[in-house]
Design a protein around this ligand. Structure first.
Ligand SMILES: C[S@@+](CC[C@H](N)C(=O)[O-])C[C@H]1O[C@@H](n2cnc3c(N)ncnc32)[C@H](O)[C@@H]1O
Length: 139
């Protein structure tokens, strides 16, 4: 995911950083977003030098003001809020502020199908528990 997220000259915003298993592989200047207070506290303790916002991913997406790479760990299945996230991503892509999106899912689906001009399954990580499908979306 980290390799896919790095695009020279573009900032990276990580949504749903959780306890930081993806965060630790992203560049130091990545801005991470996590709304759960306990996970936010854990993230800030583990990564004291990072910029980490305790807010909803929807707010973070609507606040983007320049072309950005977004990495998201927010679940797409069994998440009643996923439709709102999908819509926010679609709006930000149309506005030109999400240039690339990188996500993973534990299910054999394409979670952001039909939003970006280019969508690609970039990997299947067997070492993750459970194994994860990785997807990349670009304009
Ligand atoms: C699958 S977990 C993250 C896994 C992460 N890679 C880790 O290392 O823990 C998804 C995370 O997204 C966060 N989340 C879900 N919906 C969110 C939203 N709308 N805004 C911000 N964070 C959200 C949850 O609190 C949770 O920490």
């Amino acid at each position: 995911m980290a390799e896919a997220a790095i695009e020279p000259g573009l900032p990276i915003v990580e949504l749903g950083a959780g306890y930081g298993s993806v965060t630790r592989f992203l560049p130091e200047n990545t801005v991470s977003v996590e709304r759960d207070p306990a996970r936010l506290h854990a993230l800030r303790t583990t990564f004291p030098a990072r910029v980490i916002h305790g807010e909803c991913a929807l707010n973070a997406l609507s606040a983007l003001h320049e072309p950005t790479v977004v990495v998201s760990s927010i679940p797409s299945v069994n998440n009643p809020e996923f439709g709102a996230l999908r819509l926010s991503v679609a709006r930000a892509m149309a506005a030109g502020t999400v240039r690339k999106l990188v996500v993973y899912t534990y299910f054999p689906i394409n979670p952001f199908a039909g939003i970006f001009p280019h969508e690609q399954r970039i990997g299947f990580e067997m070492l993750n528990v459970p194994p994860a499908f990785l997807w990349s979306y670009t304009c």
